[in-house]
Write a protein that binds this ligand. Structure first.
Ligand code: GLA
Length: 742
């Protein structure tokens, strides 16, 4: 349908006015449209988010921060123009600016129409409010290109979610050159500080911070997947005004496992915004006539409780709103994984022997890693051939799985479905199934190529073998790995204009496979792994119960990795293994230290249990028992990071259960300078009116820690704090606190 702009706008507006007059008592709704001032008020619990329709019809941002209850305080916004060099399109904080009419800041959407027109000006035409979701439709002032902006509020956490659905109602294809999910605006001013997460393989989750200056700071992945080099999370606060438990923080994360970008921009007028969505680099999504494309979800929140509360808000939000099948409300099993013990040398007898040892320690899930399929004896061959290797498992996986189940554990298996080794039957049969450009080299990484999942036939192939694998075998858990990034992202089977759709279609098809598999096998759990933490974001977390943050299991390195990780993601999903020493860096830390490190998330063991002495097994059994007594608090409670990431010599964290009845304190000393004592730890989040019993969760004798009283009040613990007797190198302690009164 083609319609003239003016009459279309009138039609939309009159429909809206009629509809909104039918809506009773708007004040009760968390989302309100105030007709007189043309503003939208979104109440997300303790957070308010406000924007309006300005005199030109643009959606103009007004406010994002702590809750403001009085609607009348907000008035109709007006465009701002500074000079002939900064037109109103640029100086007005637009909720979702099209690139046109002299826009020089980050656009929400940039397009090229079939006739070469690249000007896009988006004005309000309609809106709809359904429970906690608002959809505002904007449209180009001349063409039938519409964008439906979705806003969802989560009053329990104060989180907001935004997406944009771009709808091409013209009769020709348009090319989208940048399609962002949202722009978030912070209160005008300077002095902001940006925190973000960077990394490298085996060194993920490095917390990085820097002041925001005038200009544009880009956080991104151009790799086709989320990446370890940067994670799609940000937090902004005002330097000097906040610490880990106090002060305003605006934070957010993208839900997209493909190439993404977040741009943090400060204009010369001290307008700070955060724009995120699909990475515009090499983007060029061909949107045919009549088609729509929805951008990734961009989630954001606000707190006045410092970076600690920002993290806890995200943790709760992830557990209650993101993780699949309510898994965020349950507890995670203790896991064993065979990778570091056996690498590719898996076979029935060896895995059975490891399973017996794991079960005797109290492990609840046994996972066989790489090497069980095809001709997979090292990383040069086999990926793509997902049939059980008959030399290693002459009777299939059945006997091993039965043995594991008889031992009282469930069974998990490693897969890497998106990859193929050139040395595989799959590649020999379907060399065109990998992404490539005709006649160009196909760059291998870890001797493997990436299947072009954007192709629907490849998607179907992958879905069917996975479905068959989990139908035939009693598999409770898949460790879904992904060990390289895209190269030569060509798709020769479609027209040149459509080839760049691969950047989006690949991830959409990945999600489709996971969604269908989960739907068909509702009890199946999935771990997202990408050679470590390369695919962890709020998109994959809708489809994965847990993640593998890093291949680096070395306990001291891991403390920093885990501390960075928990800024954005909940300890509930943070798989952490106790491994053998010497580990990465050649470092050897005591077994207790390794356990206490791993007990701060979802506990696993990755060591070669054949090498463990009886005393190691005895300690392990004891630590696993301790873990089971506190895991609900660790996985589902509130995390307080008691030391800063920069204090590398000493590290402490505290977890408090939701009802404050239990808490657990972990502390680690790297290397002590003789005579220098560790700082007193002032606890947080306890019941200040209660008394707590204190008990150690580690192997030390009570005599060595005679300073630790049996009972202390919550008030004392949160005001005076506790002094721990840590000594020497790699010392560690965990204390369980149980409320005993009132
Ligand atoms: C990746 C994973 C490891 C292991 C190997 C198997 O590196 O991160 O945990 O599964 O692959 O090849």
């Amino acid at each position: 349908m083609k319609f003239a702009v003016k009459s279309a706008r009138l039609n939309w507006i009159s429909i809206v006015l009629v509809l909104s007059s039918l809506v009773p008592a708007a004040a009760q709704s968390p989302i309100r449209f105030v007709k007189t001032s043309k503003i939208f008020i979104l109440d997300a619990g303790k957070v308010s988010y406000v924007f309006g329709i300005n005199e030109q019809g643009m959606l103009q941002h007004i406010y994002w921060g702590g809750h403001v209850g009085r609607d009348e305080d907000f008035t109709t916004p007006n465009t701002k123009e500074w000079s002939s060099f900064d037109l109103s399109s640029t100086t007005t904080p637009q909720e979702y600016p099209g690139w046109g009419a002299g826009l020089y800041v980050e656009p929400g959407l940039k397009v090229t129409f079939a006739d070469g027109n690249r000007d896009l000006v988006l004005h309000y035409v309609a809106h709809q409010i359904t429970a906690n979701t608002l959809t505002v439709t904007v449209k180009d002032i001349e063409r039938d290109l519409l964008v439906h902006l979705h806003y969802t509020v989560y009053p329990q956490t104060g989180m907001l979610r935004r997406e944009a659905t771009i709808e091409n109602r013209t009769d020709k294809a348009v090319t989208l050159e940048s399609a962002q999910s949202a722009s978030w605006y912070l209160p005008q001013g300077d002095g902001y500080r940006l925190r973000y997460l960077t990394g490298r393989w085996a060194g993920e989750w490095q917390l990085t911070e820097e002041p925001v200056h005038t200009g544009l700071k880009i956080l991104e992945s151009r790799r086709g997947s989320t990446s370890v080099q940067a994670n799609p999370w940000f937090a902004l606060d005002r330097d000097g005004n906040s610490d880990s438990e106090h002060g305003s923080v605006w934070f957010g994360a993208l839900g997209w496992s493909g190439s993404w970008r977040i741009g943090v921009e400060q204009t010369a007028h001290q307008q700070v915004s955060v724009t995120g969505g699909f990475n515009p680099f090499d983007f060029g999504y061909r949107l045919a006539a009549g088609e729509s494309l929805t951008t990734p979800s961009f989630y954001a929140g606000y707190t006045d409780g410092g970076i600690g509360a920002a993290s806890r808000t995200l943790h709760t939000f992830e557990r209650t709103e993101i993780l699949p099948n309510g898994s965020g409300l349950r507890t995670r099993p203790v896991l064993y994984n065979s990778w570091y013990a056996t690498e590719f040398k898996v076979d029935e007898a060896g895995q059975m022997a490891l399973a017996e040892k794991a079960a005797s320690l109290g492990v609840e899930r046994f996972v066989m890693d790489d090497g069980w399929f095809g001709k997979r004896n090292d990383d040069h061959a086999g990926l793509g051939d997902w049939n059980v290797n008959p030399q290693k498992f002459p009777n299939g996986l059945g006997p091993l799985i039965r043995h594991v189940k008889d031992l009282g554990m469930d069974f998990g298996l490693w897969v890497e479905p998106e990859m193929v080794n050139p040395n595989s039957n799959l590649y020999r049969q379907h060399p065109d199934w990998v992404m490539h450009f005709e006649g160009r080299p196909r760059t291998e990484a870890r001797n493997q190529l990436v299947l072009n999942l954007a192709r629907d036939d490849v998607r179907e192939h992958v879905f069917h073998w996975l479905d068959e694998l989990v139908t035939i075998n009693d598999i409770a858990f898949l460790k879904w790995d992904y060990n390289r990034n895209f190269s030569e992202p060509g798709w020769p089977e479609v027209s040149p204009e459509q080839q760049k759709n691969l950047w989006v279609r690949y991830t959409q098809n990945l999600y489709d496979i996971l969604d269908r598999l989960r739907q068909k096998h509702p009890r199946l759990e999935i771990e997202s792994c990408a050679g470590g933490g390369g695919r962890i974001d709020l998109g994959i977390l809708r489809r994965a119960e847990q993640v593998w943050p890093s291949d680096n299991t070395e306990a001291l390195d891991r403390l920093t990795i885990q501390q960075g990780f928990t800024h954005a993601y909940t300890p509930h999903i943070m798989m952490s293994w106790v491994n053998d020493v010497p580990d990465f860096n050649g470092r050897s830390v005591p077994l207790q230290f390794r356990f206490l490190m791993a007990m701060q998330g979802s506990l696993g063991i990755g060591a070669d249990l054949n090498r463990w002495q009886p005393e190691d097994c005895a300690l392990a059994k004891r630590m696993i028992g301790y873990y089971k007594s506190i895991r609900d608090t660790v996985q589902n409670g509130a995390l307080y990071r008691l030391t800063l990431p920069s204090s590398r010599n000493f590290y402490a964290s505290e977890y408090v259960s939701e009802n404050k009845a239990q808490a657990v304190l972990f502390a680690f000393l790297h290397s002590q300078q003789f005579g220098r004592s560790v700082p007193a730890l002032v606890l947080q989040g306890l019941d200040g009116t209660a008394t707590y019993s204190l008990s150690r969760l580690d192997a030390k004798t009570e005599a060595k820690d005679s300073t630790l009283p049996a009972k202390l009040s919550g008030a004392y613990l949160m005001q005076h704090g506790v002094t721990l007797s840590l000594q020497g190198d790699y010392d560690s302690i965990a204390i369980k606190l149980e409320r005993i009164s009132p």
